[in-house]
Design a protein around this ligand. Sequence first.
Ligand code: AMP
Length: 395
Amino acid sequence: MKTLNDFNFKDKRALVRVDFNVPLNDNFEVTDATRIVSAKPTIIKILEDGGSCVLMSHLGRPKGVQDEFSLRHIISKIEDILGVEVKFVGDCVGEEATEKANGLEPGEILLLENLRFHDEEKQGDVDFAKQLSQLGDIYVNDAFGTAHRAHASTTIVAQFFPEAKCFGHLLAKEIESIKKVLEDGEKPVLAVLGGAKVSSKITVIENILDKVDHLIIGGGMTFTFIKAQGGNIGDSICEDDKMELALDILRQAEAKGVKIHLPVDVVAADSFSNEAATQVVDVNQIPEGWQGLDAGPKSLEIFDQVVNNCKTILWNGPLGVFEMETFSKGTIALGDSIANSTRNGAFSLVGGGDSVAAVKQFGFEDKVSYVSTGGGAMLESLEGKTLPGIAAILD
Ligand code: AMP
């Protein structure tokens, strides 16, 4: 696996695929710069070697050229974070891009306009990728968030750099973290899977049953399992067509020696609202008209013990409807347990969608070992897929 440290960038121009797909407010100000901050170590390493950087990214989902999706809006934010002036070109390919890239001096940065202003980017067009490739000497992929897409700048472009391509620091760290959990995890290994639906996590569950010793299943997924086993789930969310699958997962887990922990009690509500009346009930005896929206105190005690007994922890998906304060306690308690276990030496990885939002919202970011930057890319990695953006560098 080639990383930045395998190259000296002195007098070289790096073509770096970053993920600067940051959220903007109505005034085009960056509201969360995490992705820019995450790319900084890669860019600084290249500049400190005495090289220059051509940065390329997408922003949002433009239909053709649309000014609201211009990367121009984020230049000053990038300059603030990097402490370096950022030159810009209004089209990611063409004469002007070539001229400006050729004119870069060591220590300088050129930002290309939004790659997705060209349909060829998402189509993975080879000619377009070739044009991009001519802007740099070494290709660096540091965009984990799009590594599951075979787009021109994330995958196809790599073929034009057979000997001169590598992972950036961020992407390398993502790959290492996933490996540390799924391949080299110190035992016991635990996965906590929450979130709304079994259907969106089924491939993840099937893949990790071969990797983990314990599996905590929480969130809305719980009730498909409970109903399948004959419990009364009241009005809780349930995928009736996935009940057979749930039973099959339980059977597979038993055969593989994986201990599954489902909630034993839940916070039930009389409506899907922060102001609803609530009561704690046995997970198998939720009254009609009530729905389970968070894990109950007995469940949290059991989960705490499991989490603190495990040495490797993967967390994907909240334990309840954490967006509403009334039903956020389970997710917060689980975060506390994972933080505690991490303090005592466990390796913890949080990744994929809403658990990252929860971890940030409740301030656990610095208390776990690693928070992944890629939602879809993380989920596909957990499903056991080799992501095209990663395969293209390994080739
Ligand atoms: P996912 O994107 O699959 O990780 O699902 C996250 C969503 O699951 C969050 O928006 C939660 O509000 C939701 N969720 C968690 N627990 C429940 C529950 N018991 N009932 C309904 N939705 C839930």
